[in-house]
Design a binder for this molecule. Sequence first.
Ligand SMILES: Nc1ncnc2c1ncn2[C@@H]1O[C@H](COP(=O)(O)OP(=O)(O)OP(=O)(O)O)[C@@H](O)[C@H]1O
Ligand SMILES: [Mg+2]
Length: 463
Amino acid sequence: MPFEAPLRVSGWRPHPGPQTAFLRSTADECLYGGAAGGGKSFALLLEGLRDCRNPGYRGLLLRRTYPELRKSLMDQAHKILSGLATYNVEHRAWTFPGGGQLMFGALGDDRDVHRYQSAEFAYIGFDELTSFTQYQYEYMLSRNRNIAGLRNRVRAATNPGGVGHNWVKARFIDTCPPYEKRWFLRDGADETVVTADTPRARSRNFIPARVTDNPTLMEADPGYIARLEALPERERRTLLEGRWDISFEGLVYDNFDTTLHVVDAVDLPPDWLRFRSVDFGYNNPLVVQWWALSGDDELILYRELYATRQLVSDIGPLVRDLSANERIMTTVADHDAENRAELEKHGIPTVPAVKKIAEGIQACRRRLEPDRERGLPQIYLLRDCALRRDPHLVAANRPTSTQDEFAVYQYPRDAGGTSIDEIPLDLDNHGMDAMRYAVMHVEQMKARRYGGPQYRWRRLEGI
Ligand SMILES: Nc1ncnc2c1ncn2[C@@H]1O[C@H](COP(=O)(O)OP(=O)(O)OP(=O)(O)O)[C@@H](O)[C@H]1O
Ligand SMILES: [Mg+2]
């Protein structure tokens, strides 16, 4: 699929960098997402031209509402397509000389997808994907097929934020390192990363958008960046910086950034100090985290159990077996005496966690903050380190890992909507609590100089 095809047809050129990378993507699904103004909607339109010479080509570009559709896509479509194709107002469709068609539609609520129930599109493009529901997106994937021998593809563009922020982030940003294509196999609610040759695997790809991607805009409107810089904190972070970890004001760890703190799995040197931290729960998740500490005081969450409706008596042997070949120094646990005794029965003695909330949060924030010199933090999470996604949590649309909790762990708000920075809301905070216990454990250890100079750990390579 030569990426030059849309260019040959229209005479428009994608800008070098992410816009070109997006048009070159060979993944089944590709998201171009992040900062505003990078040329994302324009790229969706160019992609819609790729197969326009094929008489059997049908493409569909979607927005959530008609006014948005008109403003962001249809006006630009006129700019690009006038002279190349003819427009039918009633069907909102452009027809190319050979018979191929590019259509436009809006999906107000979930039922609107059924309008397309017998249709087939080789190309489906979603503009502002975070304004759609996951149901709408997944339903439309079933319409992505054709009998004209064309390659099927789904493309999306978006800024962070919006009702769909969490599912979009989980589908593309948390799972796909920027620019890298990944393959996924779905089994019910579970999804695993697999190799390219796995039968039935589908590929995905995330292209981060920066505001500076678009020289057309920079030239035409030199004051654009200054206007974004003047926005309130949250809007500035999403629209100017294209940050995904900020979903609303009042986030406890608003300095958490998946592109910085979540890293691909690496083999951790066996001589690094390892320990576990545990937060008990039954209806709420029971969280067991495995941490490694490098010689440079970097904490790495390398494995995690995050499960509801599991008895400690059942989980105990699993926790022990998972650590079979590791030297675990200790296990820091929430104070519940019965559960701690149960772990002890399985050969997992525990020490009580330091539970001071405000102090613990400060310590975690300090570790998350990149240092000035190297721009690196002192805490990392290995990508996909949670052992499995709990189906009950998936069904309830709740976080399924510590990483998920960062986007929802927040302070309460007063009547006027201002957040009160004292004690966070007691909601979906189980991985956050376990992380706090782990961090406080290390702080305490450092204070006591426990382990002290006899450890000569190496820096974590490759981070
Ligand atoms: N390759 C290109 N060649 C010429 N003009 C371009 C190109 N890419 C984008 N533009 C123009 O730059 C402007 C901004 O692009 P666009 O609306 O696609 O950005 P966006 O990333 O979708 O912005 P937003 O985040 O606000 O939705 C538009 O006027 C568009 O026509
Ligand atoms: Mg746009």
